[in-house]
Write a protein that binds this ligand. Sequence first.
Ligand code: HEC
Length: 148
Amino acid sequence: MFSCVAVWSTIARGARAAALVASATSCGAALAQDVSFGQRVFQEKADCKFCHGADGDGRGDPRSPGAAANLHKTILTKAQIVEVVACGRPGTEMPHFDKYAYDDDTPCYGMREKDVGKDIPPIPHSTSLVKREIEAVADYVIATFVGK
Ligand code: HEC
């Protein structure tokens, strides 16, 4: 069995290895701040960086639609970030990453598809995300960008 000290020294050598070690020890709670999973969602899987930029400052790829939020300046809570990622922003290019968003059973901002109409946020160009991935990417945004 690894001790927490062993786990933390592993972090210095590589976050990815630490995540593996953490899941094999009782130190998982101490490593809740390890955001490497959320980082992979932001930078790779969901390609948030295409619009928001790798640094989250809103300067994305020139081929992106533009006007993406500077995440360093956001005043949203974690719950609100989770909601924006799941539901997108009606009337803007911020996509909805929950594929069931605006369905009859899973309204967003109190609206279903028929209520939001043509303002429904786009489907992501990358992939939809499950709840665990949306939570992780919100944790990454908070730990890495917000207020920094
Ligand atoms: C196609 C471009 C695009 C992609 C991809 C995209 N966003 Fe956005 N995002 C936007 C735009 C544009 C806005 C600003 C919406 C507005 O004007 O209110 C925004 C707004 C946001 C906001 C709200 C910020 C605030 O303070 O109001 C958050 C949080 C956010 N995006 C996170 C993400 C995350 C996390 C991902 C990946 C899972 C992502 N976005 C992917 C374009 C994008």
